[in-house]
Design a binder for this molecule. Structure first.
Ligand code: FAD
Length: 443
């Protein structure tokens, strides 16, 4: 692995620095391996670079070196550096594996996109004979392939993503010119002109959040900072949900608002349940939740309310108190009719694989919603458990959930205010944005 430069070092060690170590970050390495350009990427040979007089002068010397030592690479450039504050076992998984719901995409697609041979592609690509080969047989991938075109729990998809992360980690750690920098967060990134090289470069400041425990040249203490320099910067920091200001007025309302991104995790679902339990015991009866939004996240939160939250029934299955019996005694949350209220502004979008399916379901396909293949709402439509729940609500088979479409006018506002004030918990299910680097003046 290449050494990291000291702060302010004039060296240009990395061709590419990737901010974030989730699935999108690993996809860069996976795709390069599949296309057969991984060793070029790791040695700094590929990637846009403005040739300079200095570069041309040393090109001949560089050719004499071996692969991954600068042979054929741009002079002075290393390969790839990936930075993420996560722990070792979390690398590659990103946020996806934290959610308690099932996927809205086919389980096998997560595997085939990495492992399938595409010899007829332009260019052709595949995993056989590459660093990805070990993934062809791992259990997590085989399990998802067995599920096929159905959905699977995101926790299981997270396990597969972790296995991909392990392969990417070993690949980076096995490369002399590349680096995996875990436990560190990128806190700023500034582009400047490097006069000596006659090109633009990025100064990327990283801060240690937890000690990773390996690598002589990594920050050694929490809070320690270091500046890395790279020619190219890839942002793979995922999305972040934020509550827009001014949506909910008053301290009382604000204290009962939760973000869906949190509610959909194990910790968030437990938090939601304990808030509901408190409300239930105060009221001595059924409680209410208001879900704001009508997309995948909103229906996923409704699904969690109905299926994931459990309470102990008073009836003991066998009189014993083993863990298994306790689990048997756990029943679905006791919602009353309309206990889960959903408020949405736009019509709910549902995915259908064909126009015929949409018609059969009585879905009026909006103009522009179908693609050339006749698939409806491919990227934005509800799928999986969310779609099934929406169907049950529309068919009147799910009395615990009430959906209201609220207009952007005074009437709509009144409905929303009433639903929010009557609710014990409000879950905000919109407003994802880019997870930006929290810079004090990023450029
Ligand atoms: C509820 C929900 C369900 C979903 N279900 C599906 C599904 O079924 N199928 C599907 O294909 N997609 C699904 N998605 C979308 C999927 O989660 C994202 O497309 C995917 O996680 C994006 O990967 P990523 O690597 O860009 O981001 P993330 O998974 O968010 O990873 C970002 C990484 O960047 C790191 N990071 C952030 N800031 C910094 C920084 N300053 N410095 C260094 N590192 C940083 C984080 O620690 C993290 O490891 C779902 C999304 C949500 C919210």
């Amino acid at each position: 692995m290449s050494p990291l430069p000291s702060p302010g070092s004039p060296s240009l060690p990395f061709n590419t620095l990737i901010v974030g170590g989730g699935p999108c970050s690993c996809a860069v390495i996976v795709k390069a391996a599949r296309l057969g350009v991984l060793s070029d990427l790791l040695s700094g040979k590929v990637g846009p670079f403005v040739a300079t007089a200095e570069a041309e002068a040393t090109e001949g010397e560089d050719e004499k070196k071996g692969p991954d030592e600068g042979g054929g690479s741009r002079p002075g450039l290393g390969g790839v550096c990936v930075v993420d504050p996560c722990r070792l076992k979390e690398f590659g998984r990103g946020k996806l594996g934290d959610y308690v719901i099932s996927s809205n995409t086919n389980a096998d697609a997560f595997v085939t996109v990495v492992t399938k041979e595409k010899s007829d592609g332009h260019p052709s690509e595949g995993a056989l004979g590459t660093v990805l080969s070990p993934l062809l047989a791992v259990g997590t991938g085989q399990d998802l392939l067995a599920v096929g075109e159905k959905i699977a729990p995101l926790v299981k998809i997270g396990d597969w993503l972790s296995d991909i992360g392990a392969v990417v980690r070993m690949t980076l750690e096995g490369s002399k010119k590349s680096k995996l920098c875990l436990g560190c967060k990128v806190v700023s990134a500034h582009q400047r002109r490097d006069q000596a090289r006659g090109c633009l470069v990025w100064d990327v400041r990283i801060r240690c959040e937890r000690v990773y425990g390996r690598g002589e040249d990594l920050p050694k203490a929490v809070g320690e900072e270091m500046v890395l320099c790279a020619k190219n910067l890839v942002m793979a920091t995922g999305g972040k949900q934020k509550l827009p200001t001014g949506v909910f007025e008053g301290k009382k309302v604000n204290s009962k608002v939760m973000l869906s991104d949190y509610v959909l995790t194990t910790a968030g679902a437990l938090d939601l349940k304990s808030r509901l339990d408190v409300a239930r015991s105060k009221k001595g009866g059924a409680c209410k939740v208001a879900i704001i939004g009508g997309s995948h996240s909103a229906f996923s939160v409704a699904w969690v309310c109905l299926n994931h939250l459990k309470v102990d029934s008073s009836v003991s299955a066998s009189g014993s108190d083993s863990a298994a019996d306790q689990e048997v005694r756990r029943v679905k949350y006791p919602w009353g009719p309309g206990g889960v209220v959903m408020l949405h502004r736009s019509p709910v979008k549902v995915f259908y694989n064909t126009l015929k399916d949409a018609k059969a379901a009585g879905y009026a396909v909006p103009e522009g919603a179908a693609n050339k293949l006749g698939q409806v709402n491919v990227f934005t439509g509800l799928r999986g458990d969310a779609k099934a729940l929406h169907k049950r609500i529309k068919e009147g088979k799910e009395s615990r959930v009430k959906m209201y479409r609220v207009a952007e006018n005074a009437g709509g506002q009144a409905v929303r205010e009433r639903a929010v004030s009557e609710a014990d918990v409000v879950v905000w299910c919109a407003g994802y944005g880019t997870n930006e680097v929290e810079d004090d003046g990023a450029t």
